[in-house]
Design a binder for this molecule. Sequence first.
Ligand SMILES: [Zn+2]
Ligand SMILES: [Zn+2]
Length: 559
Amino acid sequence: MAKSSNDELVFLPLGGSNEIGMNFNLYGYGPPDDRKWIVVDLGVTFGDQTTPGVEVILPDPEFMEQNADRLLGIVLTHAHEDHIGAVAHLWPRFKAPIYATPFTAFILREKLREAGLLDEAEITIVPLGGTIELGPFKLELITLTHSIPEPNGLAIRTPLGTILHTGDWKIDPDPLLGGPTDIDAIRKLGDEGVLAMVCDSTNVFVDGHAGSEADVRKALIPLIASFKGKVAVACFASNVARMDSVIRAAEANGRRVCLVGRSMHRMAAAAKSVGLMTDLKPFVDDSEAKRLPANGVLYLCTGSQGEPRAALSRIAEGTHPHVNLGANDACVFSSRVIPGNDVPIRNLQNKLTERGVRLYTERDHPGIHVSGHPCRDELAQMYAWARPEIAVPTHGERRHLMEHAAFARDLQVPQQVTPRNGDMVRLAPGRAEIIDEVTAGRLYVDAGVVVPEHGEALRERRHAAYNGMLAVSVVLDGRGKIVSGPQVRALGLPTESEEHLDEVLNDLADEAETALRRMKGHDLEMDEAIEKAISRGVKKASQRIWGRRPVVETTVLRV
Ligand SMILES: [Zn+2]
Ligand SMILES: [Zn+2]
């Protein structure tokens, strides 16, 4: 495609820049009023204590929705939740064809099936190292190494220059499953000329190398050999190479493997669908595992992050229907602590310890986990291979992105640009710069409903969680004369005793009545005005009693 004089090449992150999670990257090409777009990755992030009841958080797709008619395709680099988790939620809003390698496509299909979208969404399976042509964008997949099968970097060639979008990566010389990093392809791209490298920043503060999966396997075999009782190993199910290592370490020690947790089964099936883990002994199921001697079984579990409903938490609570661990048993955490999960993981580990289970974590046994993201030496290596003109750090919080930009400067990369979600960066022509800002933000999946980040329901729930709630009801006649009540009920508000509670509620009812009696004329015929006045009065009194302003819900009934 020939370039016209006012064509531009832009990069627009709508998620994943200034955070680790919910990656959502757009590339645009063409004149400002008629750009064609591609999306690279569409992931989720997860809720925490500040978002009670909200587990899944999506990037706000407003910009892409408005430009849906110019979206040529959605390309997925790999199957981690922070890269594909939002597809099933947001795809109906732009409905572009999806491109993914076989393993990623397998995982995505299941998600789309659950969402009832499988028949509607068009997924094109691209082989590893394959190419995709989308209008002015000519993409080539580059095999990298990470912590899931089939991680792909993307060479995105356009008439205004080539981008290397790394996705998530590390340099693992011996990844065990799948090929090593395709160094030749990256070098060749470097020779050809790379305009910009949009690159993973997760481990920019860590010196050296992330380490190889092969070393983890070597460390796990003797560790598991040292156990006499039952052993549970927790890792991310999506880390299929790790699953494979744990299973082989179990086999080497005469232990049969029992998978515990839904995602372990799902990932094992996905791995087998692409020809991985096919030469292993069959797994034993829960009831078979129970009949094996303690030193003849290894439980491979989900829940390394302390997720309350996952297998390991239930084992720690003693509520798992099939697996119980106690004195003489061991639990190996072949995983890291994801920032933000420190507290649930600590609670989980305390509960296991309470049962007498011995714990083995990366902290005291450094060989049993390696990261899937590039440390500084690996980043330097990648810059040396690709030799980009512009460094665009992504997949990091602000501090990661800024450190990554400084690191790239030290490596003599001529330009660095560090956009936030919503910042549109013009990569060419001219020097790279932020030229526009579009809507970016988060959407919450709240009880299955997609709601705005600052929506009413969660705000109220949070308010009620911190301050409690009061329900006031009063029955009036048509002219506003009290027939019965007001009555007040409290939820989540402390009192010294039952009697004291009655006293307090009576005081609040008096307060409600006073507020009502102060109202005159026409106002007494309007329920909404009455509810407002009563709520205001009761809130004020609550402030006096508890030093708090609870949620007050007033109901007026007319007879
Ligand atoms: Zn990621
Ligand atoms: Zn990843």
